[in-house]
Write a new protein. Structure first.
Length: 79
């Protein structure tokens, strides 16, 4: 099994863009019991990848609970 952070980054290369909920949904089958596979830690992981130049923010919207949802996409450097 790959480390969750690596699996999240690898999965991000397979989609055009994704938010925290998308990443959790995609990885919960294999990593659902991991503490990082929760909204706050996953958001931190995506933000860390962004700060390291692997991801970039691509769009924003509001979810059904009127919470801000940030979407990320992989940069050329991240590929």
């Amino acid at each position: 099994m790959k480390p969750l952070y690596y699996a999240m980054l690898k999965w991000m290369t397979t989609v055009n863009e994704a938010c925290v909920a998308d990443a959790i949904d995609a990885l919960k089958g294999e990593y659902g019991s991991f503490k990082m596979c929760r909204p706050k830690p996953m958001q931190e992981a995506l933000m860390t990848a962004e700060k390291n130049g692997l991801l970039e923010e691509s769009s924003f919207d509001m979810d059904e609970h009127n919470e801000l949802r940030v979407y990320y996409k992989v940069t050329d450097y991240g590929k």
